[in-house]
Design a protein. Structure first.
Length: 392
């Protein structure tokens, strides 16, 4: 695509700063003739760390595969957003014609492997976001996080080739849940918020040592916390249809980011503040033997997490509750599972998914069953619903 005039984030030297504090909202109050310019894809990390933090995606998208993937996105882009903003994707377009630039930015990749008797369960998770920034004002104006989870069961221990094959499916398969499909859907369906729309982001994640050990993530706790923040942000954005700022996690410096353009020029882009903060505490993980028969044993895997939604400047708290969720797993007598980390990870994912889906439903039964609260769980959910409505 060397002949196309596009923005590329692929080799950003300081993109970590840019993503950790970037703003998530589809183009705000722009002129009536505003247009958007496709800027390719990139990574949420320093250039020197891409191979370490994204070993599989960066390997897949090396050489000719990079241009092929970019072309896949390029060719399937719509001509305009759901709000009617024209999308310029032809090589003749220039940034002066379309000051709004958007692209796909990868935020993290994760690989889980679990042995189940003679089988091996492989889970890959790829997190990313649709990012938009104003080129002329050097300011981020939008971002919607997305997440893909793909599972395979193999007869032999997974090789790097097996992991790469599954990661490739998560990246660019025709599945509705692949990153490329979700990205294109976000571009087609995202609508312009009004000028009163509020911004929201995860600002802190706490994971106690016991939970970290159960998940097998004690070797790199900070990276795991960032991934949890990414995954919750993606669930909240997708299930509620709102923009969610990338997790801050106290890593943003000078409230700015750097982006490298296709001609090699690096631009520093400012990052707006968030209106609402989300603090997440993964309070605990439990495994309970529920029932045993002559066929096998059923276990309940439980996840407990406290979610706090607040206004950082006033200190006003809208929601501060511990949620719980249990998920059964039946294990035949003939099956031996080597570890519980994958079952715990899937339980956390289900908790994130159910919680973010229930916001706005006023489901008394769900709230009573899943919120540990001395007060009315439904009242807490109602206040949270009002906060989320302000972010639309």
């Amino acid at each position: 695509m060397s002949g196309d005039s596009i923005v590329r984030f692929k080799t950003v030297g300081a993109i970590w700063l840019f993503l950790i504090g970037s703003t998530l909202a589809w183009p705000m109050a722009q002129s009536a003739n505003a247009q958007m310019f496709f800027g390719g894809y990139g990574y949420q990390t320093y250039f020197s760390d891409i191979g370490t933090e994204f070993p599989y995606v960066s390997s897949i998208l090396s050489g000719e595969e990079s241009a092929r993937f970019e072309r896949l996105l390029y060719d399937k882009l719509p001509t305009q957003t759901a709000s009617g903003t024209p999308i310029l994707k032809q090589g003749l377009a220039t940034l002066s014609e379309a000051p709004l630039v958007f692209g796909l930015v990868f935020t993290s990749e994760t690989v889980h492997i679990e042995t189940i008797s003679d089988s091996h369960k492989l889970l890959v998770i790829l997190n990313a976001q649709l990012l938009v920034f104003d080129f002329n004002r050097s300011e981020i104006v939008a971002s919607f996080p997305i997440s893909a989870r793909f599972i395979d069961v193999l007869a032999a221990p997974p090789t790097d080739r097996d992991v790469s094959a599954l990661m490739r499916l998560a990246l660019s398969s025709t599945s509705e849940t692949s990153i490329s499909t979700q990205f294109l859907k976000k571009v087609r369906t995202s609508k312009t918020p009004n000028t009163s729309t509020r911004m929201i982001r995860v600002t802190d994640v706490h994971v106690p040592e016991d939970a970290m050990n159960r998940l097998g993530k004690s070797s790199n706790p900070e990276a795991f916390k960032r991934r949890l923040a990414d995954e919750f942000s993606a669930k909240l954005s997708t299930n509620q249809g709102i923009a969610v700022l990338p997790a801050n996690m106290s890593q943003a410096i000078n409230n700015s980011m750097a982006a490298t353009m296709s001609n090699g020029t690096v631009y520093n882009i400012s990052i707006p503040d968030t209106d609402y903060s989300i603090d997440i505490s993964l309070d605990g993980l439990k495994k309970v033997e529920y029932a045993t028969t002559n066929v096998g044993t059923t276990y309940i895997y439980g996840a407990f997490a406290t979610f706090k939604f607040l206004e950082p400047y006033s200190g006003n708290v809208f929601f501060d509750e511990q949620l719980k969720l249990g998920q059964p797993l039946s294990v035949p007598k003939t099956v031996i599972i080597d570890g519980d980390s994958l079952a715990y990870a899937e339980t956390i994912d289900k908790l994130f998914d159910e919680f973010t889906r229930e916001i706005g439903k006023q489901n008394k039964q769900w709230a009573k069953a899943h919120i540990n609260s001395a007060k009315s769980p439904q009242d807490s959910m109602k206040k949270l619903t009002e906060l989320i409505e302000a972010c639309r």
